[in-house]
Design a binder for this molecule. Sequence first.
Ligand SMILES: C[S@@+](CC[C@H](N)C(=O)[O-])C[C@H]1O[C@@H](n2cnc3c(N)ncnc32)[C@H](O)[C@@H]1O
Length: 218
Amino acid sequence: MTLTKNLRSAFTEKRVEEYLYALLPRRDAVLAEMEGYAARHEVPIIGPAVARLLSLQVAVSGARRIFEMGSAIGYSTIWLARAAGPRAEVHYTDGDPANAARASKYFRRAGVAARIRVHTGNALTLLKKASGKFDLIFCDVNKDQYPAALRAALPKLRRGGLFLADNTLWSGKAARAVPRKDVSTRGIQEFNRLVYKSKDLFAVLLPLRDGFTVCRKL
Ligand SMILES: C[S@@+](CC[C@H](N)C(=O)[O-])C[C@H]1O[C@@H](n2cnc3c(N)ncnc32)[C@H](O)[C@@H]1O
């Protein structure tokens, strides 16, 4: 596949990254169309390399009840729903109703609409209001909100459940001193400190694409 601009890592050597993406199996027509749409409209989707990691986490953990914070056009939601199988309950959330409408159409075409509940609004509020606990929560909201998203998610995650987050190296800026006004980088830095020092989590930050963090609730 062509490694489009919206999927490029800012810190991985270009040749290594192109090699990695060239290894990836082709996606079906719906996912391929979504990747094309995201590239043309600069929608910041996780892309197929990180999506496979997301899918693997669902499969090995056996997660069925899943909450996604920040779903955009639903690309990552489809990977979650397919990996979790026909008995899954996957909650899509996004603040933009136009995204939710577009995502709903893709869900029908991908054959997973029955396992996805679409919510429009603030993902943190929606998660706090949701009933019961989740097996897996995936965080991909605005980066300044990551510490608050983590605080909202922890009480809603079952023990042994997974909390996953994308963009945790944030173009490599997470490793640099940044001005106070760079609230996105500051949010990511605070989030990274929180997950590694938390006594309730076991965290690993993987330098795949823009950084992806996997945490297990203890
Ligand atoms: C990085 S994109 C999500 C991409 C998606 N997870 C994927 O990989 O296909 C972030 C999305 O989160 C939404 N968003 C940001 N902060 C939010 C919040 N607090 N509540 C709900 N949606 C939010 C934005 O509208 C945007 O569509």
